[in-house]
Design a protein around this ligand. Structure first.
Ligand SMILES: *[C@@H]1O[C@H](CO)[C@@H](O)[C@H](O)[C@H]1NC(C)=O
Ligand SMILES: *[C@@H]1O[C@H](CO)[C@@H](O)[C@H](O)[C@H]1NC(C)=O
Ligand SMILES: *[C@@H]1O[C@H](CO)[C@@H](O)[C@H](O)[C@H]1NC(C)=O
Ligand SMILES: *[C@@H]1O[C@H](CO)[C@@H](O)[C@H](O)[C@H]1NC(C)=O
Ligand SMILES: *[C@@H]1O[C@H](CO)[C@@H](O)[C@H](O)[C@H]1NC(C)=O
Ligand SMILES: *[C@@H]1O[C@H](CO)[C@@H](O)[C@H](O)[C@H]1NC(C)=O
Length: 327
């Protein structure tokens, strides 16, 4: 009988944890502080104390540690700044604040503490201030998206120290200064896709970028200048390149291209020379636009070049031949 009571006691004490919460109490406390800092929005109504926080809306727990590893706040009626308390979720791998036009203020420096972050998306918000250089310390980052904000200042050169970065989205901000020279020195197995369009970047594109095999580059709608012929070449791996509405000025007649090229937009620049013959060899070319430049001569016949319409060639100095009128 005594033994049985002891057995019962052990049975209950051992099984107790399965009735308790998975949710880590420290994480729960931090999440409740975040909710308070955001003025208890309706969007986070499921964040109720002493309920299972791993099941709360907008969060995920790592199944092995039961720690909060993702905070994804998307399209809610949320106003205020990104709370510094997000920095107190040490297991966070994914941090997303997206499509929240009333989220303002600067990117909090507390994010620098989150060394496990793999994906950061703070986009379609109204964040202001600089792009913090602390992102370069978050070595696990593969994806950094700060697009569609009102960020200003220059691009931190130290971002090239991120060894695993696969994509960098900083488009649609108010960034100034030049593209860092260091962006030709990303150390990962392949350099990140670069989306820097719709900013106020100036100067010429550093030659160093020619030594890497980029797949996607969008520099459109900036006031960059000069020659970018070093970004092209048969040996490159470029697939998607948007260099429209910039002030690039160079002769494109002798450019060569990788077979992988699928999109090439060069409209609204100051390009000189003629349409390169090498374009006729590109079987994968789906989108192409060289309108509004200073090109001359006959459009080469072959490949996909005649499958585009006259709007992809018009407004040049003296281009002629199909699909434009005959020479
Ligand atoms: C943003 O804030 C304004 C003013 O408080 C409010 O009218 C609007 O509904 C909010 N919008 C969203 C999407 O949160
Ligand atoms: C957002 O919340 C504010 C105040 O809580 C309210 O006035 C506004 O109507 C809400 N907007 C939307 C789009 O729900
Ligand atoms: C946020 O951005 C939207 C569109 O980008 C704009 O209409 C709105 O006025 C901005 N709100 C604030 C508070 O800056
Ligand atoms: C770029 O890719 C080509 C193959 O397309 C390869 O021969 C070359 O070594 C690569 N260069 C770099 C810097 O990785
Ligand atoms: C392409 O790379 C090969 C070897 O890596 C080199 O011999 C050749 O000159 C390069 N061609 C061009 C056009 O860069
Ligand atoms: C090419 O670019 C020009 C200038 O932006 C634009 O007017 C035209 O519609 C574009 N053509 C196509 C097919 O997108």
């Amino acid at each position: 009988m005594k033994l049985f009571v002891i057995f019962l006691f052990y049975f209950f004490s051992l099984s107790l944890p399965s009735y308790s919460k998975r949710c880590n109490l420290k994480d729960e406390k931090v999440l409740l502080k975040i909710k308070l800092a955001l003025n208890n929005p309706y969007h986070l109504a499921s964040w109720i104390p002493d309920t299972e926080c791993c099941n709360w809306y907008c969060v995920d727990c790592d199944p092995s540690t039961n720690r909060i590893n993702a905070l994804t706040i998307f399209q809610g009626n949320i106003s205020g700044q990104i709370p510094a308390e997000v920095g107190d979720l040490p297991f966070l791998e994914i941090l997303i604040f997206r499509h929240l036009t009333n989220v303002t203020g600067e990117i909090p420096s507390a994010i620098a503490k989150l060394s496990n972050l793999r994906m950061v998306r703070l986009s379609w918000t109204n964040l202001t201030g600089p792009v913090p250089s602390f992102f370069s310390q978050l070595k696990a980052l593969t994806y950094l998206d700060l697009s569609f904000n009102q960020l200003s200042g220059s691009i931190p050169p130290s971002l090239s120290l991120l060894p695993n970065l696969a994509a960098l989205h900083m488009d649609r901000n108010r960034l100034t200064g030049t593209i860092p020279e260091s962006f030709g020195a990303f150390t990962g197995s392949s350099p990140p896709d670069l989306f820097l369009s719709h900013n106020q970047l100036t100067g010429s594109v550093p030659k160093s970028l020619g030594s890497l095999n980029f797949s996607r580059i969008d520099f459109s709608r900036n006031t960059l200048e000069g020659d970018i012929s070093f970004l092209f070449g048969r040996n490159k791996t470029l697939e998607d390149a948007d260099f429209s509405r910039i002030l690039f000025e160079f002769d494109i007649s002798k450019l060569e291209f990788p077979e992988s090229l699928d999109t090439l937009d060069l409209n609204h620049n100051r390009l000189k020379g003629s349409v390169p013959e090498a374009l006729t060899a590109l079987e994968n070319l789906q989108q192409f636009n060289i309108s509004y430049n200073r090109l001359c001569g006959q459009i080469p016949v072959g490949g996909k070049l005649q499958s585009f319409t006259y709007t992809e060639y018009f407004h040049n100095r003296c281009l002629c031949g199909s699909p434009l009128p005959a020479c």
